[in-house]
Design a protein around this ligand. Structure first.
Ligand code: NAP
Ligand code: MG
Length: 451
Protein backbone atom coordinates (compact mmCIF):
# COMPACT_ATOMS: atom_id res chain seq x y z
CA UNK A 1 0.00 0.00 0.00
CA UNK A 2 1.16 3.53 -0.72
CA UNK A 3 -0.06 7.08 -1.25
CA UNK A 4 0.70 9.32 -4.23
CA UNK A 5 1.43 12.87 -3.07
CA UNK A 6 0.03 15.49 -5.49
CA UNK A 7 1.11 19.14 -5.44
CA UNK A 8 -2.23 20.89 -4.81
CA UNK A 9 -1.11 24.08 -6.56
CA UNK A 10 -0.28 22.34 -9.85
CA UNK A 11 -1.93 18.92 -9.83
CA UNK A 12 1.46 17.34 -10.52
CA UNK A 13 2.65 14.12 -8.88
CA UNK A 14 5.34 14.75 -6.25
CA UNK A 15 6.24 11.32 -4.90
CA UNK A 16 4.94 8.00 -3.67
CA UNK A 17 4.96 7.25 0.07
CA UNK A 18 4.89 3.63 1.22
CA UNK A 19 2.39 2.78 3.94
CA UNK A 20 3.19 0.72 7.00
CA UNK A 21 0.84 -2.03 8.19
CA UNK A 22 -0.09 -3.22 11.68
CA UNK A 23 2.91 -5.61 11.90
CA UNK A 24 5.29 -2.76 10.98
CA UNK A 25 3.63 -0.65 13.66
CA UNK A 26 4.12 -3.37 16.26
CA UNK A 27 7.81 -3.63 15.35
CA UNK A 28 8.20 0.16 15.67
CA UNK A 29 6.49 0.19 19.08
CA UNK A 30 8.77 -2.63 20.27
CA UNK A 31 11.83 -0.61 19.21
CA UNK A 32 10.36 2.45 20.93
CA UNK A 33 9.91 0.53 24.20
CA UNK A 34 13.61 -0.38 24.21
CA UNK A 35 14.75 3.11 23.23
CA UNK A 36 12.56 4.74 25.90
CA UNK A 37 14.09 2.72 28.74
CA UNK A 38 17.56 3.92 27.78
CA UNK A 39 16.41 7.53 27.18
CA UNK A 40 14.74 7.82 30.59
CA UNK A 41 18.07 6.84 32.17
CA UNK A 42 20.01 9.59 30.36
CA UNK A 43 20.94 12.52 32.63
CA UNK A 44 18.48 15.43 32.30
CA UNK A 45 21.13 17.86 31.04
CA UNK A 46 22.18 15.37 28.35
CA UNK A 47 18.57 14.87 27.21
CA UNK A 48 18.29 18.65 27.00
CA UNK A 49 21.45 18.83 24.90
CA UNK A 50 20.19 16.24 22.39
CA UNK A 51 16.91 18.15 22.01
CA UNK A 52 18.82 21.39 21.38
CA UNK A 53 20.84 19.60 18.71
CA UNK A 54 17.54 18.46 17.15
CA UNK A 55 16.38 22.09 17.19
CA UNK A 56 19.64 23.16 15.51
CA UNK A 57 19.19 20.50 12.81
CA UNK A 58 15.67 21.80 12.10
CA UNK A 59 17.00 25.35 12.01
CA UNK A 60 19.61 24.40 9.41
CA UNK A 61 16.86 22.72 7.35
CA UNK A 62 14.17 25.44 7.52
CA UNK A 63 14.25 26.32 3.84
CA UNK A 64 14.16 22.67 2.78
CA UNK A 65 11.31 21.82 5.18
CA UNK A 66 9.41 24.90 4.01
CA UNK A 67 9.68 23.90 0.35
CA UNK A 68 8.59 20.36 1.17
CA UNK A 69 5.49 21.68 2.99
CA UNK A 70 4.62 24.08 0.21
CA UNK A 71 4.94 21.31 -2.37
CA UNK A 72 2.92 18.80 -0.32
CA UNK A 73 0.30 21.03 1.32
CA UNK A 74 0.20 24.19 -0.81
CA UNK A 75 1.01 26.53 2.08
CA UNK A 76 2.43 29.92 1.00
CA UNK A 77 6.22 29.70 1.25
CA UNK A 78 6.49 32.52 3.81
CA UNK A 79 4.02 30.63 6.02
CA UNK A 80 5.88 27.32 5.54
CA UNK A 81 9.11 28.99 6.69
CA UNK A 82 7.32 30.25 9.78
CA UNK A 83 6.03 26.72 10.45
CA UNK A 84 9.51 25.15 10.20
CA UNK A 85 10.92 27.88 12.45
CA UNK A 86 8.11 27.20 14.91
CA UNK A 87 9.14 23.53 15.13
CA UNK A 88 12.68 24.66 15.97
CA UNK A 89 11.34 27.06 18.63
CA UNK A 90 9.10 24.39 20.19
CA UNK A 91 12.06 22.01 20.43
CA UNK A 92 14.22 24.73 21.96
CA UNK A 93 11.52 25.69 24.47
CA UNK A 94 11.00 22.09 25.64
CA UNK A 95 14.73 21.39 25.73
CA UNK A 96 14.48 23.38 28.98
CA UNK A 97 12.01 20.87 30.42
CA UNK A 98 14.18 17.81 31.30
CA UNK A 99 16.00 19.85 33.95
CA UNK A 100 12.81 21.51 35.20
CA UNK A 101 10.47 18.53 35.78
CA UNK A 102 10.38 19.56 39.39
CA UNK A 103 8.38 17.51 41.90
CA UNK A 104 7.21 18.47 45.39
CA UNK A 105 8.41 17.78 48.89
CA UNK A 106 5.29 17.68 51.04
CA UNK A 107 5.39 17.99 54.86
CA UNK A 108 4.28 14.72 56.54
CA UNK A 109 4.82 13.06 59.93
CA UNK A 110 7.38 10.28 60.42
CA UNK A 111 9.47 10.80 57.30
CA UNK A 112 9.82 12.58 53.98
CA UNK A 113 7.31 12.71 51.11
CA UNK A 114 8.42 13.44 47.54
CA UNK A 115 6.69 13.43 44.15
CA UNK A 116 8.31 12.45 40.86
CA UNK A 117 7.12 13.10 37.29
CA UNK A 118 7.69 9.69 35.71
CA UNK A 119 7.57 9.32 31.91
CA UNK A 120 4.64 7.32 30.53
CA UNK A 121 6.66 5.18 28.12
CA UNK A 122 5.71 5.23 24.44
CA UNK A 123 3.49 8.10 23.26
CA UNK A 124 1.54 7.91 19.98
CA UNK A 125 0.99 11.18 18.10
CA UNK A 126 -1.62 11.27 15.29
CA UNK A 127 -1.65 14.47 13.24
CA UNK A 128 -4.02 16.05 10.68
CA UNK A 129 -3.06 17.45 7.29
CA UNK A 130 -3.66 21.16 7.91
CA UNK A 131 -0.50 22.04 9.88
CA UNK A 132 1.53 18.84 9.59
CA UNK A 133 4.84 19.73 11.16
CA UNK A 134 3.83 22.30 13.75
CA UNK A 135 1.11 20.13 15.30
CA UNK A 136 3.48 17.14 15.31
CA UNK A 137 6.05 19.15 17.27
CA UNK A 138 3.50 20.11 19.95
CA UNK A 139 3.28 16.41 20.75
CA UNK A 140 6.76 15.03 20.17
CA UNK A 141 8.86 17.85 21.69
CA UNK A 142 7.37 17.89 25.23
CA UNK A 143 6.87 14.09 25.17
CA UNK A 144 10.54 13.45 24.38
CA UNK A 145 11.61 16.09 26.90
CA UNK A 146 9.67 14.26 29.63
CA UNK A 147 11.56 11.02 28.92
CA UNK A 148 9.16 9.25 26.57
CA UNK A 149 9.61 7.65 23.15
CA UNK A 150 7.31 8.87 20.36
CA UNK A 151 5.71 7.17 17.38
CA UNK A 152 4.17 9.70 14.99
CA UNK A 153 1.55 8.93 12.36
CA UNK A 154 1.20 11.81 9.93
CA UNK A 155 -1.99 12.34 7.92
CA UNK A 156 -2.01 10.28 4.75
CA UNK A 157 -2.19 13.43 2.58
CA UNK A 158 0.75 15.27 4.16
CA UNK A 159 3.54 12.95 5.32
CA UNK A 160 6.61 14.61 3.79
CA UNK A 161 7.74 17.10 6.45
CA UNK A 162 7.10 14.61 9.25
CA UNK A 163 9.27 12.02 7.49
CA UNK A 164 11.99 14.65 7.12
CA UNK A 165 11.77 15.54 10.83
CA UNK A 166 12.33 11.86 11.63
CA UNK A 167 15.53 11.92 9.54
CA UNK A 168 16.72 15.14 11.19
CA UNK A 169 16.19 13.64 14.65
CA UNK A 170 18.54 10.77 13.81
CA UNK A 171 21.11 13.10 12.24
CA UNK A 172 21.00 15.22 15.39
CA UNK A 173 21.85 12.22 17.54
CA UNK A 174 18.51 11.12 18.98
CA UNK A 175 18.85 7.42 19.74
CA UNK A 176 17.53 4.97 17.13
CA UNK A 177 13.90 4.06 17.83
CA UNK A 178 13.20 7.01 20.13
CA UNK A 179 11.29 9.11 17.60
CA UNK A 180 9.82 7.20 14.67
CA UNK A 181 7.58 8.51 11.90
CA UNK A 182 5.15 5.87 10.63
CA UNK A 183 3.26 6.81 7.46
CA UNK A 184 0.08 4.82 6.95
CA UNK A 185 -3.67 4.80 7.15
CA UNK A 186 -5.48 6.09 10.20
CA UNK A 187 -7.56 2.92 10.20
CA UNK A 188 -4.38 0.79 10.30
CA UNK A 189 -1.43 2.54 11.99
CA UNK A 190 -3.60 4.98 13.98
CA UNK A 191 -5.95 2.28 15.23
CA UNK A 192 -2.97 0.14 16.25
CA UNK A 193 -1.68 3.01 18.44
CA UNK A 194 -5.05 2.90 20.20
CA UNK A 195 -5.11 -0.88 20.69
CA UNK A 196 -1.40 -1.49 21.39
CA UNK A 197 -0.87 -1.96 25.15
CA UNK A 198 2.65 -0.47 25.05
CA UNK A 199 1.44 2.88 23.69
CA UNK A 200 0.57 4.62 26.96
CA UNK A 201 -0.76 7.95 25.72
CA UNK A 202 -2.31 9.21 22.50
CA UNK A 203 -2.14 12.77 21.29
CA UNK A 204 -4.71 13.22 18.56
CA UNK A 205 -5.47 16.27 16.45
CA UNK A 206 -8.18 15.97 13.83
CA UNK A 207 -11.91 15.69 13.42
CA UNK A 208 -14.29 15.43 16.35
CA UNK A 209 -15.74 12.18 14.95
CA UNK A 210 -12.38 10.36 14.86
CA UNK A 211 -11.39 11.92 18.20
CA UNK A 212 -14.45 10.42 19.90
CA UNK A 213 -13.64 7.02 18.46
CA UNK A 214 -10.07 7.25 19.72
CA UNK A 215 -11.19 8.34 23.18
CA UNK A 216 -13.57 5.39 23.36
CA UNK A 217 -10.80 3.02 22.24
CA UNK A 218 -8.37 4.43 24.81
CA UNK A 219 -10.89 3.77 27.61
CA UNK A 220 -10.34 0.04 27.20
CA UNK A 221 -6.77 0.31 28.52
CA UNK A 222 -7.27 3.51 30.55
CA UNK A 223 -4.86 5.05 28.07
CA UNK A 224 -4.13 8.76 28.49
CA UNK A 225 -5.44 10.90 25.67
CA UNK A 226 -5.21 14.50 24.53
CA UNK A 227 -7.66 15.62 21.85
CA UNK A 228 -7.49 18.76 19.69
CA UNK A 229 -10.62 18.70 17.56
CA UNK A 230 -12.82 20.91 15.42
CA UNK A 231 -14.04 24.46 15.78
CA UNK A 232 -16.55 27.02 14.55
CA UNK A 233 -15.07 30.02 16.26
CA UNK A 234 -16.58 33.49 16.41
CA UNK A 235 -14.99 36.82 15.58
CA UNK A 236 -17.22 39.31 17.43
CA UNK A 237 -17.17 42.93 16.28
CA UNK A 238 -18.90 45.46 18.56
CA UNK A 239 -20.08 48.85 17.37
CA UNK A 240 -17.52 50.62 19.56
CA UNK A 241 -14.57 48.78 17.94
CA UNK A 242 -12.02 50.19 15.51
CA UNK A 243 -14.20 49.07 12.59
CA UNK A 244 -11.58 49.71 9.90
CA UNK A 245 -9.00 47.60 11.70
CA UNK A 246 -11.48 44.87 12.56
CA UNK A 247 -12.55 44.68 8.90
CA UNK A 248 -8.99 44.79 7.55
CA UNK A 249 -7.83 41.91 9.75
CA UNK A 250 -10.95 39.71 9.62
CA UNK A 251 -10.09 38.01 6.29
CA UNK A 252 -6.84 36.65 7.70
CA UNK A 253 -8.59 35.30 10.80
CA UNK A 254 -10.51 32.84 8.61
CA UNK A 255 -8.84 32.66 5.18
CA UNK A 256 -5.24 32.11 6.37
CA UNK A 257 -4.13 28.60 5.37
CA UNK A 258 -7.16 28.65 3.04
CA UNK A 259 -9.42 28.30 6.08
CA UNK A 260 -7.90 24.91 6.93
CA UNK A 261 -7.36 25.94 10.51
CA UNK A 262 -9.16 24.61 13.55
CA UNK A 263 -8.96 28.14 15.01
CA UNK A 264 -10.43 29.81 11.91
CA UNK A 265 -12.95 32.49 12.90
CA UNK A 266 -15.50 31.05 10.49
CA UNK A 267 -18.41 32.89 12.13
CA UNK A 268 -18.20 36.66 11.95
CA UNK A 269 -20.64 38.27 14.38
CA UNK A 270 -21.20 41.97 13.70
CA UNK A 271 -23.30 44.35 15.81
CA UNK A 272 -26.29 45.36 13.71
CA UNK A 273 -25.78 49.12 14.14
CA UNK A 274 -22.41 48.96 12.29
CA UNK A 275 -23.18 46.03 10.00
CA UNK A 276 -23.35 47.94 6.70
CA UNK A 277 -20.27 50.05 7.45
CA UNK A 278 -18.30 46.96 8.48
CA UNK A 279 -19.34 44.96 5.40
CA UNK A 280 -18.20 47.75 3.03
CA UNK A 281 -14.70 47.73 4.53
CA UNK A 282 -14.70 43.94 4.78
CA UNK A 283 -15.47 43.54 1.07
CA UNK A 284 -12.48 45.69 0.14
CA UNK A 285 -10.27 43.67 2.50
CA UNK A 286 -11.45 40.30 1.11
CA UNK A 287 -10.81 41.45 -2.43
CA UNK A 288 -7.28 42.42 -1.38
CA UNK A 289 -6.37 38.91 -0.19
CA UNK A 290 -3.66 37.56 -2.50
CA UNK A 291 -4.60 33.98 -3.44
CA UNK A 292 -2.13 32.29 -5.77
CA UNK A 293 1.11 30.43 -6.43
CA UNK A 294 2.36 29.38 -3.00
CA UNK A 295 5.99 29.71 -4.14
CA UNK A 296 5.42 33.43 -4.81
CA UNK A 297 6.78 35.36 -1.81
CA UNK A 298 3.83 37.79 -1.87
CA UNK A 299 1.10 35.12 -1.83
CA UNK A 300 -1.08 35.14 1.27
CA UNK A 301 -3.35 32.15 0.60
CA UNK A 302 -2.62 28.99 -1.42
CA UNK A 303 -4.85 26.18 -2.72
CA UNK A 304 -6.81 23.69 -0.63
CA UNK A 305 -4.85 20.60 0.34
CA UNK A 306 -6.39 18.14 -2.15
CA UNK A 307 -9.03 17.88 -4.85
CA UNK A 308 -11.13 15.73 -2.49
CA UNK A 309 -11.07 18.45 0.14
CA UNK A 310 -11.94 21.12 -2.45
CA UNK A 311 -15.04 19.11 -3.33
CA UNK A 312 -15.93 18.80 0.34
CA UNK A 313 -15.69 22.58 0.88
CA UNK A 314 -17.68 23.27 -2.28
CA UNK A 315 -20.45 20.91 -1.15
CA UNK A 316 -21.40 23.37 1.62
CA UNK A 317 -22.25 26.10 -0.89
CA UNK A 318 -25.60 24.82 -2.07
CA UNK A 319 -27.83 27.07 -4.20
CA UNK A 320 -29.84 28.26 -1.19
CA UNK A 321 -26.78 29.73 0.57
CA UNK A 322 -26.71 33.54 0.17
CA UNK A 323 -23.24 34.64 -1.01
CA UNK A 324 -22.49 38.30 -0.21
CA UNK A 325 -19.19 38.48 -2.14
CA UNK A 326 -16.09 36.54 -3.07
CA UNK A 327 -12.38 37.16 -3.35
CA UNK A 328 -10.28 35.85 -6.20
CA UNK A 329 -8.46 32.59 -6.97
CA UNK A 330 -6.43 31.34 -9.97
CA UNK A 331 -8.05 29.26 -12.72
CA UNK A 332 -6.52 26.14 -14.16
CA UNK A 333 -4.97 23.13 -12.47
CA UNK A 334 -4.79 23.03 -8.68
CA UNK A 335 -7.34 22.83 -5.86
CA UNK A 336 -8.23 26.53 -5.83
CA UNK A 337 -11.11 28.07 -3.93
CA UNK A 338 -11.86 31.80 -3.76
CA UNK A 339 -12.47 33.30 -0.29
CA UNK A 340 -16.25 33.35 0.11
CA UNK A 341 -18.45 35.45 2.40
CA UNK A 342 -21.96 34.13 3.10
CA UNK A 343 -24.86 35.66 5.04
CA UNK A 344 -27.03 32.74 6.17
CA UNK A 345 -29.65 32.41 8.90
CA UNK A 346 -28.29 31.55 12.35
CA UNK A 347 -29.21 27.86 12.24
CA UNK A 348 -28.09 27.18 8.65
CA UNK A 349 -25.54 24.43 7.98
CA UNK A 350 -22.84 26.90 6.80
CA UNK A 351 -23.33 28.83 10.04
CA UNK A 352 -23.02 25.83 12.36
CA UNK A 353 -20.82 23.11 10.79
CA UNK A 354 -17.06 23.23 10.40
CA UNK A 355 -16.24 23.68 6.69
CA UNK A 356 -12.45 23.85 7.04
CA UNK A 357 -12.15 26.01 3.94
CA UNK A 358 -12.15 29.71 3.01
CA UNK A 359 -15.83 30.33 3.80
CA UNK A 360 -17.04 32.74 6.47
CA UNK A 361 -20.63 33.15 7.70
CA UNK A 362 -21.50 36.71 8.74
CA UNK A 363 -24.28 37.00 11.33
CA UNK A 364 -25.64 40.27 12.80
CA UNK A 365 -26.29 40.55 16.57
CA UNK A 366 -28.14 43.04 18.75
CA UNK A 367 -26.25 43.54 22.03
CA UNK A 368 -23.58 42.04 24.29
CA UNK A 369 -25.83 39.34 25.72
CA UNK A 370 -26.95 38.31 22.22
CA UNK A 371 -23.34 38.19 21.02
CA UNK A 372 -22.23 35.91 23.86
CA UNK A 373 -25.26 33.64 23.45
CA UNK A 374 -24.71 33.36 19.69
CA UNK A 375 -20.97 32.74 20.06
CA UNK A 376 -21.73 29.93 22.53
CA UNK A 377 -24.55 28.37 20.49
CA UNK A 378 -22.29 25.61 19.17
CA UNK A 379 -20.94 22.26 20.31
CA UNK A 380 -17.42 23.62 19.70
CA UNK A 381 -15.31 25.98 21.83
CA UNK A 382 -11.80 26.38 20.48
CA UNK A 383 -10.93 30.02 19.84
CA UNK A 384 -12.41 33.42 19.11
CA UNK A 385 -11.79 37.13 18.80
CA UNK A 386 -13.51 40.11 20.40
CA UNK A 387 -13.23 43.62 18.92
CA UNK A 388 -14.18 46.47 21.25
CA UNK A 389 -12.63 49.67 22.64
CA UNK A 390 -14.48 49.16 25.94
CA UNK A 391 -12.08 47.41 28.33
CA UNK A 392 -14.85 46.21 30.63
CA UNK A 393 -16.73 44.70 27.71
CA UNK A 394 -13.56 43.00 26.49
CA UNK A 395 -13.16 41.40 29.90
CA UNK A 396 -16.83 40.42 30.24
CA UNK A 397 -17.11 38.88 26.79
CA UNK A 398 -13.75 37.08 27.03
CA UNK A 399 -14.95 35.51 30.29
CA UNK A 400 -18.39 34.82 28.81
CA UNK A 401 -17.37 33.02 25.63
CA UNK A 402 -16.78 29.29 26.16
CA UNK A 403 -13.51 28.80 24.29
CA UNK A 404 -9.97 27.77 25.11
CA UNK A 405 -8.11 30.48 23.19
CA UNK A 406 -9.55 33.96 22.94
CA UNK A 407 -8.01 37.24 21.91
CA UNK A 408 -9.25 40.82 22.30
CA UNK A 409 -8.46 43.23 19.46
CA UNK A 410 -6.29 40.63 17.72
CA UNK A 411 -6.63 37.14 16.23
CA UNK A 412 -3.80 35.43 18.02
CA UNK A 413 -4.31 31.76 18.95
CA UNK A 414 -1.04 29.92 19.16
CA UNK A 415 2.09 30.76 21.07
CA UNK A 416 4.26 27.88 22.19
CA UNK A 417 4.68 29.56 25.58
CA UNK A 418 0.93 29.54 26.35
CA UNK A 419 -1.55 26.66 26.73
CA UNK A 420 -3.67 25.71 23.71
CA UNK A 421 -6.79 23.57 23.50
CA UNK A 422 -10.56 23.45 23.35
CA UNK A 423 -13.67 23.67 25.50
CA UNK A 424 -16.67 21.38 24.92
CA UNK A 425 -16.32 19.13 21.82
CA UNK A 426 -13.25 21.03 20.57
CA UNK A 427 -10.98 18.95 22.72
CA UNK A 428 -9.65 17.52 25.92
CA UNK A 429 -6.45 18.54 27.67
CA UNK A 430 -4.00 21.25 26.68
CA UNK A 431 -0.88 21.38 24.55
CA UNK A 432 2.03 23.85 24.63
CA UNK A 433 2.74 26.30 27.44
CA UNK A 434 4.89 25.83 30.53
CA UNK A 435 3.15 22.63 31.73
CA UNK A 436 3.08 20.54 28.54
CA UNK A 437 5.99 18.25 29.47
CA UNK A 438 4.29 17.22 32.73
CA UNK A 439 1.24 16.16 30.69
CA UNK A 440 3.49 13.36 29.38
CA UNK A 441 4.21 12.04 32.86
CA UNK A 442 2.41 10.33 35.72
CA UNK A 443 2.92 11.68 39.22
CA UNK A 444 4.55 9.20 41.58
CA UNK A 445 4.31 9.86 45.31
CA UNK A 446 6.99 8.28 47.53
CA UNK A 447 7.07 8.31 51.32
CA UNK A 448 10.43 7.63 52.98
CA UNK A 449 10.05 6.59 56.63
CA UNK A 450 12.55 8.19 58.97
CA UNK A 451 11.98 5.72 61.79
P1 NAP B 1 -9.23 13.27 10.62
O1 NAP B 1 -9.89 12.62 9.50
O2 NAP B 1 -9.82 13.13 11.97
O3 NAP B 1 -7.73 12.73 10.60
C1 NAP B 1 -6.76 13.13 11.54
C2 NAP B 1 -5.73 12.03 11.68
O4 NAP B 1 -6.35 10.87 12.25
C3 NAP B 1 -5.11 11.57 10.38
O5 NAP B 1 -3.76 11.26 10.60
C4 NAP B 1 -5.91 10.32 10.07
O6 NAP B 1 -5.24 9.41 9.23
C5 NAP B 1 -6.10 9.75 11.44
N1 NAP B 1 -7.20 8.80 11.57
C6 NAP B 1 -8.30 8.67 10.77
N2 NAP B 1 -9.07 7.69 11.21
C7 NAP B 1 -8.47 7.15 12.30
C8 NAP B 1 -8.79 6.09 13.19
N3 NAP B 1 -9.90 5.36 13.07
N4 NAP B 1 -7.94 5.82 14.20
C9 NAP B 1 -6.82 6.53 14.37
N5 NAP B 1 -6.44 7.55 13.55
C10 NAP B 1 -7.28 7.86 12.53
O7 NAP B 1 -9.06 14.82 10.44
P2 NAP B 1 -8.43 15.56 9.18
O8 NAP B 1 -9.40 15.41 8.09
O9 NAP B 1 -7.06 15.12 8.95
O10 NAP B 1 -8.30 17.07 9.75
C11 NAP B 1 -9.34 17.98 9.76
C12 NAP B 1 -9.93 18.10 11.15
O11 NAP B 1 -8.94 18.29 12.14
C13 NAP B 1 -10.84 19.28 11.29
O12 NAP B 1 -12.08 18.86 11.81
C14 NAP B 1 -10.13 20.22 12.27
O13 NAP B 1 -10.94 21.02 13.06
C15 NAP B 1 -9.32 19.32 13.07
N6 NAP B 1 -8.14 20.00 13.60
C16 NAP B 1 -8.12 20.38 14.89
C17 NAP B 1 -7.02 21.04 15.41
C18 NAP B 1 -6.95 21.45 16.85
O14 NAP B 1 -5.87 21.77 17.32
N7 NAP B 1 -8.03 21.45 17.59
C19 NAP B 1 -5.93 21.28 14.60
C20 NAP B 1 -5.98 20.89 13.28
C21 NAP B 1 -7.09 20.22 12.80
P3 NAP B 1 -5.52 9.40 7.63
O15 NAP B 1 -4.89 10.61 7.09
O16 NAP B 1 -4.85 8.17 7.16
O17 NAP B 1 -7.01 9.39 7.45
MG1 MG C 1 -9.82 12.40 7.40
Amino acid sequence: MSYTVINPATGETVTEVAHLDAADTDAAVAAAVTAQRAWAAVAPADRARVLRRFADAVDADVEHLARLETTNSGHPITQSRWEAGHVRDVLEYYSGAPERLIGQQIPVAGGMNVTFHEPLGVVGVITPWNFPMTIASWGFAPALAAGNAVVLKPAEWTPLTSIRLGELALEAGLPEGLFQVLPGRGSVVGERFVSHPDVRKLVFTGSTAVGKRIMAGCADQVKRVTLELGGKSANIVFADADIERAAATAPYSVFDNAGQDCCARSRLLVQRSVYDRFMAHFETAVQGVRVGDPLDETTEVGPLVTEAHRASVASFLTDDVPVAFRGSAPDGPGSWFAPTVVTPERGARVATEEIFGPVVAVLPFEDEADAIALANDTEFGLSGSIWTRDLGRGIRVARGVAGGNLSVNSHSSVRYTTPFGGFKQSGLGRELGPDAATHFTDTKNVFFASE
